[in-house]
Design a protein around this ligand. Structure first.
Ligand code: BTN
Length: 241
């Protein structure tokens, strides 16, 4: 599968660019931007980085029937394996966050648009912080902390990092249609930030016990182990409001 590459000096959101491209009947695209003015995160949040960041999206048509659960986990594994092959410092927080040394390094936002002919346009947006926050930045805007890739690899630039990640992501997407998340399950387990910890997902609390072959969070609760397919995971138990 060949991805057309496009780089924009500035745009609202590379995910929006990618979704529009698919709606217009375009084929596989990798679109990156030096600056986003309206970057989006999951659950309607703003995705912002006051330090330099790598922001890009992959767009491709896939069969509408393809199960996308586990895709963001597989993407996280592919990114982490490429940037930290020894597996020591980058961890993954279900379902879409990358952490470096305990603070948020980046995130993944998957969005989809219906297409004709039994297809669905799938967009995988990835944002990675490259540089530490500048002095005076509002740290309270980063609820999970802020980590920078340059503390792992001081030479990491946006262009060089994208050149490293693109082949790994292309390979993942070529296989995902037939294999799904299952081959990535052991890779996720090696980097699972929440494994064995008390967590909350929405109203549910329990101990995180890894993920299923479909990428669902396995939550050990008083009533047994439950497979949770969507939601926001917090690592510390909080008192219910
Ligand atoms: C999250 O942490 O909730 C997901 C963040 C995803 C951010 C990336 S940056 C490139 C792409 N364009 C966007 O507007 N969002 C994603």
């Amino acid at each position: 599968m060949e991805f057309t590459r496009r780089h924009l000096a500035e745009c609202g959101s590379t995910n929006t660019e990618a979704l529009d491209h698919l709606r217009d009947g375009g084929g596989p695209l990798l679109v990156s931007a030096s600056r986003q003015t309206a970057g989006r995160g999951r659950l309607g949040r703003v995705w912002q980085s006051d330090g330099a960041a790598l922001t890009f999206s992959l767009a491709l048509p896939l069969p509408a029937a393809l199960d996308l659960s586990g895709l963001s986990l597989a993407v996280g594994c592919a990114v982490a394996d490429e940037l930290d092959p020894a597996g020591r410092r980058i961890r993954l927080k279900w379902p879409n966050d990358l952490f470096l040394d305990g603070a948020k390094l980046g995130g993944i936002l998957i969005e989809a648009v219906p297409l004709p002919g039994g297809q669905r346009g799938v967009v995988i947006g990835i944002g990675l912080n490259l540089q530490p926050l500048p002095p005076g930045a509002d740290r309270s805007a980063y609820a999970s902390g802020h980590a920078a890739l340059q503390s792992l690899d001081p030479a990491a630039t946006a262009a060089a990092t994208l050149d490293r990640l693109a082949p790994a992501l292309r390979a993942l997407l070529a296989d995902f249609e037939t294999l799904g998340f299952a081959p990535w399950q052991p890779a996720f387990a090696r980097r699972d930030l929440a494994a064995g910890q008390p967590v909350r997902v929405g109203e549910q609390v329990g101990i995180a016990r890894g993920v299923s072959v479909r990428g669902e969070l396995l939550l050990e609760t008083a009533g047994g182990v439950q497979a949770v397919s969507a939601g926001e995971l917090s690592l510390r138990l909080e008192t219910s409001p």
